[in-house]
Ligand binder design. Sequence first.
Ligand code: FMN
Length: 398
Amino acid sequence: MLRDKNVVLGVTGSIAAYKAADVASKLTQAGAKVDVILTQSAQQFITPLTFRSLTLRPVYADMYDAGSRLAEQHVFLARSADAIVVAPASATSIARLAQGLSDDLLSLTVLATTSPVLVCPAMDSQMFENAATQQNLQILKQRGMTVVGPGVGRLASGHTGAGRLVETEEIAGALRYVLGRGGDLAGQKVVVSAGGTQEPLDPVRYIGNYSSGKMGYALAEAARDRGADTVLVSTPVAMAMPYGVRRVLVRTAAEMREAIISECRDADALIMAAAVADYEPAAAADEKIKHREGALTVELRPTADILSEASGERLIKVGFAAESSGLLANAQAKLAAKGLHLIVANDITTTDAGFGTDDNRVVILHPNGGQEHLPLMPKYDVAWRILDRVAVLLRERS
Ligand SMILES: Cc1cc2nc3c(=O)[nH]c(=O)nc-3n(C[C@H](O)[C@H](O)[C@H](O)COP(=O)(O)O)c2cc1C
């Protein structure tokens, strides 16, 4: 997604400037060409050398540097940028951008660009809450800039409150979101389910499964990166909330059913990557079940079949079949029985793919019996390939 994208990273005079080194590094590792602009104040906190070493590119710290390309064309960074990220954005720089000033290289570059601009504020909470800063941020939003954060927590000033620079992953997610707007899934609502359901036995125990949610979250991120209006129906998992995705948190199969049925009414595609319990306890105990001699018998009853039930006027349905034996035959039978447009089969007995891993090896099965065997690849890449097929189905449908 970020490969070969030209990203201008504007770093301003905030104590969080050191975190911008991580942003520059991660964006570079993701394949972006990162051109860093440092304000004069930023250079009190961090040196151009740090960014030059991380990005392997020139760093721009002086608008009037006769030795840089700026001397030939002072707006070349504004023109070449696919996106500009100001992180951290100080109160002063936010005010400068809101005023439309161009008295330093960063404000000049923002003023001269037509590309998306992300502004990630970082400052003391009282500076952030000040009406002047709030109004300036409002102006930036009204002009179409995307304000990311700030986070809430302990600040360098010793206060606790809003003002922390958001994590690098959130900045990268927001960047992918703005770059993906207008992608091939723009205007389509895609619902993705993720995680393993938790069926309560008593107030402290549940029947669950080993699903990590990684495949579903990768699908939601990839759908967002292609411009879809993405809804993630997820159980509680140890995954960061993807920027630009609406998440609906559920716990049980019954809650997941309710959320999915409701979200699918006006959706274009449903991709069920969640591991939904096939059975739930007929009744959960009101009190914690005590240890005692002898066996404990719990009556289980079948849960609803969400994939079969979910419907919408124009819904493309994609299922997952996690199987420990008879992979392709079982997946093909499930595809037919549930009236799916595609099913993604993965063998959960292998150790390098499936539950909890970062990679997956899947087979995509089609209703006409066609099979696509994909090699082992990161779950995000698997998600992208599944969405390639979904995009074709959506085009055919319209
Ligand atoms: C130690 C120290 C830390 C600072 N941290 C911040 C900060 O986190 N956010 C902020 O808006 N200003 C902060 N400032 C004030 C800015 O550096 C100052 O407003 C400066 O004019 C910002 O200029 P710039 O936006 O052109 O980089 C800090 C100042 C000092 C001395």
